[in-house]
Design a protein around this ligand. Structure first.
Ligand SMILES: Cc1ncc(COP(=O)(O)O)c(C=O)c1O
Length: 485
């Protein structure tokens, strides 16, 4: 304060206009915590994304203010516990606020540790890189640390492109793919909506996911193709997998034509499918891979690209090339790195990968029983471990004539999609949160924390059973009534 007054005096004596650096009307941390749902809604509309608010309102999510979270549950402003089968699209492997992760972070803060890992070597970043190499099969040894899945995937595509040795390197990607929204990886994300009218990188070729013949054809026809980028299990596309023969074929094809295979494991990796990487189910190892989401143990933003050492060395191995794609400002930052280190230790100490396989099998078995019970409502149940897709029948055409006019009043995005109605009612009436799928509105994605147990699965499946037993007409009616309320 004293200092500020002295500075002000100096300005005044020098005859210069006083710059208006007075503190604006800022919300404090305590005030932020105390904001109510209505104020949050106003601020979201005014300062974040009014269009997105429209969807949150449609689903009834705008009325919920989360106060705390622990394990499998959120707790809202009314003390209601919400069972989390959404799991931040796979970002919460350890559950909310895992005590060991919290303790590691608190200790790190109390010890006054440093954060930025640019000037000096960082014991935290180097240890995390070593741990990731230890979790990765084959020669996947070299690690680039960043702070999101998109950043990890950008790094993955760039290292592969350089190491491919092609001057005009072209990249193959899959239909229905999602690799992020930054401009490079947006170019290989198969969504007209997300691509908008942006000017994108144009050196890419799309093939259908899981179609080895199509991939073979394009690679054989064009020697400029140097990189193939594929999610091992497509998440945004609605939990789509390909058989082992496909992955073995991808590996063999890439080896034959000296093409590098990048496996995007941002959503399906980190133990979610019952193996650390989903590609480990198929007995193959890619040249480059990427992780993010749960790597931050639900408390930090961490992404990582992991490349085979020879691939990395070809791209950035000399002092001359080393800085072409070296870590950015927040890459390997201290507290994020130790959070990820503790998270990896917890993942193995608590057998969360085994648990994902075991509990996931129970979830899929119970959902298949529901599919048999409600064949007119549930079209498909699929997935691996705790990465599960529940696809509903497209009911827009089978809808009773009486409901059609009401349905037409609803938002375009929800027409014909039961998942919106079911998700909204699971939250409202059963205190359960599930995730929607942008590319296929009929699919609910279930990616609960890997600490999920069979009782949690039974709670979810019993709730779904109860809701579906009411029938489609009642479900849609219930949703429409909630809109009027
Ligand atoms: C497979 C895949 N790759 C990349 C990304 C991008 O990750 P982020 O949202 O952290 O940038 C996502 C995000 O959902 C993803 O699912």
């Amino acid at each position: 304060m004293m200092q500020n007054t002295a500075l002000r005096d100096d300005y005044e004596h020098s005859g210069t206009d006083l710059p208006d650096n007075r503190k604006p009307d800022l919300i404090t941390v305590e005030e932020a915590k105390a904001l109510d749902a209505r104020t949050m809604a106003d601020l979201f509309k005014e300062h974040i994304n009014p269009g997105q608010f429209h969807f949150m309102k449609l689903l009834g999510f705008h009325k919920v203010k989360i106060e705390t979270a622990e394990g499998m549950y959120y707790v809202d402003q009314n003390g209601r516990k919400i069972l989390d089968f959404f799991g931040g699209f796979g970002s919460l492997a350890h559950g909310h606020n895992h005590p060991r992760v919290i303790a590691a972070r608190q200790k790190f803060q109390e010890e006054g540790r440093h954060e930025i890992a640019i000037a000096f070597l960082s014991q935290y970043a180097t240890a995390l890189a070593k741990n990731l190499a230890a979790c990765s099969p084959g020669e996947l040894d070299m690690v680039f640390l960043g702070s999101s899945g998109s950043e990890a995937m950008e790094a993955a595509v760039k290292v592969a492109e350089r190491a491919s040795g092609r001057k005009n390197c072209k990249i193959v990607h899959a239909g229905n793919s999602f690799h992020g929204k930054t401009k490079g990886v947006l170019s290989i994300t198969d969504s007209d909506l997300y691509q908008g009218d942006f000017k994108l990188v144009d050196n890419h070729i799309k093939v259908p996911f899981g179609d080895l013949d199509a991939l073979t054809q394009v690679i054989e026809a064009d020697p400029d193709i140097g990189v193939v980028v594929l999610e091992t299990i497509q998440g945004g596309g609605g939990i789509i997998s390909a058989p082992e023969s496909y992955w073995k074929g991808v590996r063999a094809l890439c080896d034959k034509h000296n093409v590098l295979w990048v496996a995007d494991e941002v959503q399906c990796g980190y133990g979610r499918t019952g193996r650390f990487y989903a590609f480990e189910h198929y007995g193959v190892v890619p040249d480059v891979t990427a992780l993010a989401k749960s790597l931050g143990a639900g408390k930090a933003a961490v992404g990582a690209m992991i490349a085979k050492r020879d691939v990395y060395m070809k791209a950035y191995g000399s002092p001359k090339t080393a800085m072409i794609h070296a870590q950015a400002t927040f890459g390997g930052i201290g507290e994020a790195s130790i959070t990820a280190i503790e998270g990896l230790n917890v993942l193995y100490d608590e057998d969360l990968i085994e648990n994902a396989a075991h509990v996931g099998a129970h979830l899929i078995a119970r959902l298949k029983q529901l599919q048999e019970k409600y064949p007119k409502i549930i079209k498909d149940v699929r997935g691996e471990g705790l990465m599960v897709g529940l696809e509903f029948q497209d009911f827009s055409k089978t809808m009773p004539v009486v409901l059609r006019p009401m349905l037409s009043l609803l938002d375009d995005k929800l027409k014909g999609s039961l998942s919106g109605f079911i998700g909204a009612q699971l939250l409202r009436d059963y205190d359960i949160l599930v995730a929607f799928t942008e590319y296929n509105r009929n699919v609910i994605r279930l990616e609960p924390p890997l600490v999920c147990n069979t009782e949690n699965v039974d709670t979810f499946c019993d709730a779904l059973d109860d809701l579906l037993s009411k029938g489609i007409v009642s479900i849609v009616n219930g949703f429409i009534k909630s809109q009027a309320a």
